[in-house]
Design a protein around this ligand. Sequence first.
Ligand SMILES: [Zn+2]
Length: 247
Amino acid sequence: MSYAQYLRYKKEAKEEKLKMTRLLDDSIQKIRARHSTREIKYPEYNEAFEYVDDRFPKAQAKEAVVLECDRSFLDKIGYKGVGGFFSRPHKIVVIPDVFYASKRKRKKTIWETVSGEFEIDEVLVHELLHYVSNKTCETWKSLQVEEEFAYGNSADYLRSRGRADDDIIRKNFMPYLMSIVRQKRHILDDPTRSQTEDQLLFNKAIKEAYQLGVDILAIWDAKCKGTKINPAKTIPFKDSAINLDLD
Ligand SMILES: [Zn+2]
């Protein structure tokens, strides 16, 4: 991109970040005020906390503020179909009380059939990894780098729960992987596409997404076998999205 484009991108990204912070402020406030919200403290979900703590002992994941909020309320305030989230400005992890894939009444397109399946402790591990990444390195990283760090580092936990790699890619990673492939290939919803065309495009995208999942697992397995992991330095995917430091 040209320098002018870069500046515009930088400005837009800053505005986007500000908007996001305001949204998160609002969400966290609502979640805290909700009567059924409770704070999760170690040793509840001890295996999830211990897994992340063992991997990144310096980040003190056991000290993380984790709020558990009822699913229907999260849906209501705009987190439909979102497993959980980590609010970077507040350093707070939010998880739902139950996980379910977004239940759309009728799936309009084949693309909407892609949904994830997580247990709550698995959501917690994923979000705690975002917490750890933020604690270890405060600078802004691209969303893709951040997600690959969380997905890649959660694999051993998922395996310890009895999931095979194939299952991890298809059930846990797939919604994320598909979003990356769609972004990369500029696949938008297009009602003018015939069903056959849509199916062909979908099959190709699923295949590519699956391979991306295989790559992420392989890259992170190799990294995790090394002696030390510094999340700030790990850019696992050679073809990562624009990764500009915006600070
Ligand atoms: Zn994530």
